[in-house]
Write a protein that binds this ligand. Structure first.
Ligand code: PLP
Length: 385
């Protein structure tokens, strides 16, 4: 994270979470005493007004109508409501999904197959991490209940052709969910222009609070509710809304959106310096971030090294990064995303993901380039487990 007393390190894991922006903290503090926005009295009306202001800001910034903005408790929750909820309103049972989805989507699709009789077609992924729009065109027919594809991948940063995919889905009359958790606040995005049925975002990925998500949902077709209760948020996400969290989310999104283009250029320069420096100073390196990609992401494999060892050695040197692979019961596995891209398992186990963000400086990149050659040599000497 940033160099506060709590995080005196070089933090390069912004795709996992990015530090809370000061404007978001201030907005949260301003609204910390708001009560239940459903209350039929003065303080309830005040909370409701603050919540509706936040909703309007989010709608304006993401090209949606306020009525289409649903506050949730995480990106994961937004994905769950959309994918399961859209499946449940359809008489069809086929689901088309990309195999590089985050578990927040992939696990629901697998659950629909295991418990609800969904038949799943996985879209092919090319070696560069992008899904094929031509393959989507072949797979999307009116007998498909739901198509889901992320905007940008959390490991490689690959930006998918979602505009084209949305058009194909529309022509086929298929509901389309976009997991835009890595993209919102980092790429220009307009919900109406995109034409997706639903879209998920997460506040802590753009400097808002953790535990706040956004679901954009067209009025029709709208997902069937998967969380039952008091009927808040159009009945799509029952539960008392965290008003201070929603206000902080809107403030963070505004700041991220205002600096979006300058940040993209700044991060691209830093990320490219990092990629070039790694390729020049270390032998046998495979970069798995290919354009079009998020400017913040760099996925790189060091064959012969174990990702876990690399992470531990980096951590000891005060650098925080990620492997991108799933850790099951303490056993590290190769990343499913890299495997889907055709990377062989041994190489994929030597993967690192560096993700840059608004607090990243040139000094962070220099620090990585200073220590990484030694660390990779050490990890390679230790060998594979
Ligand atoms: N989708 C993607 C692409 C993500 O990267 C993440 C988090 O890393 C999520 C969904 C889940 O978001 P949240 O942490 O808000 O539940």
């Amino acid at each position: 994270m940033n160099r506060s007393a709590a995080h005196p390190v070089c933090y390069l894991d912004h795709a996992a979470t990015t530090p809370l922006r000061d404007c978001a903290a201030q907005e949260w503090w301003k609204h910390r005493a708001e009560g239940n926005p459903g209350g039929q009295y003065a303080s309830g009306r005040r909370a409701r007004a603050a919540l509706e202001d936040a909703r309007e800001s989010v709608a304006e910034l993401l090209g949606a109508d306020p009525a289409e903005v649903v506050f949730t408790a995480s990106g994961t929750e937004a994905d769950n409501i959309a994918v399961r909820g859209l499946f449940e309103i359809s008489p069809a049972c086929r689901v088309v999904a990309s195999p590089v989805e985050h578990p927040a989507v992939r696990k629901i699709v697998e659950d629909l197959a295991a418990r609800d009789g969904a038949e799943v077609s996985w879209l092919p992924v090319e070696r560069n991490g992008h899904v094929s729009a031509a393959a989507a065109e072949e797979l999307l027919h009116p007998d498909v209940a739901l198509f889901t594809c992320m905007y940008a991948n959390n490991e490689t940063g690959a930006v998918q052709p979602v505009g084209r995919l949305a058009a194909i889905a529309r022509e086929a009359g298929v509901a389309f969910h976009v997991d835009a958790v890595q993209a919102v606040g980092h790429l220009p995005l307009n919900f109406h222009e995109l034409g997706a049925t639903t879209l998920a975002a997460s506040a802590h990925k753009f400097g808002g609070p953790r535990g706040m998500g956004i679901l954009l949902a067209q009025r029709s077709p709208a997902p069937h509710p998967v969380i039952m209760g008091g009927g808040q948020e159009r009945g799509l996400r029952s539960g008392t809304v965290d008003v201070a969290g929603a206000c902080a989310t809107a403030a963070a999104l505004r700041e991220a959106s205002e600096s979006l283009e300058s940040e993209r250029a700044r991060l691209r320069a830093l990320r490219d310096t990092l990629a070039r420096g790694i390729s020049h100073s270390i032998d046998n390196v495979h970069i798995h971030t290919h354009e079009p990609a998020l400017e913040s992401h760099l996925s790189v494999c060091f064959p012969g090294a174990e990702g876990d060892s690399l992470l531990m050695l980096l951590d000891a040197a005060g650098i925080e990064a990620a492997t991108g692979s799933a850790c099951h019961a303490g056993v590290n596995r190769a990343s499913d995303v890299l495997l889907a891209m055709g990377v062989n398992e041994a190489d994929a186990r030597g993967a690192l993901r560096f993700t840059l963000g608004y607090t990243t400086t040139a000094a962070d990149v220099e620090r990585v380039l200073e220590v990484l050659p030694r660390i990779v040599a050490q990890a390679r000497a230790a060998g594979m487990a």
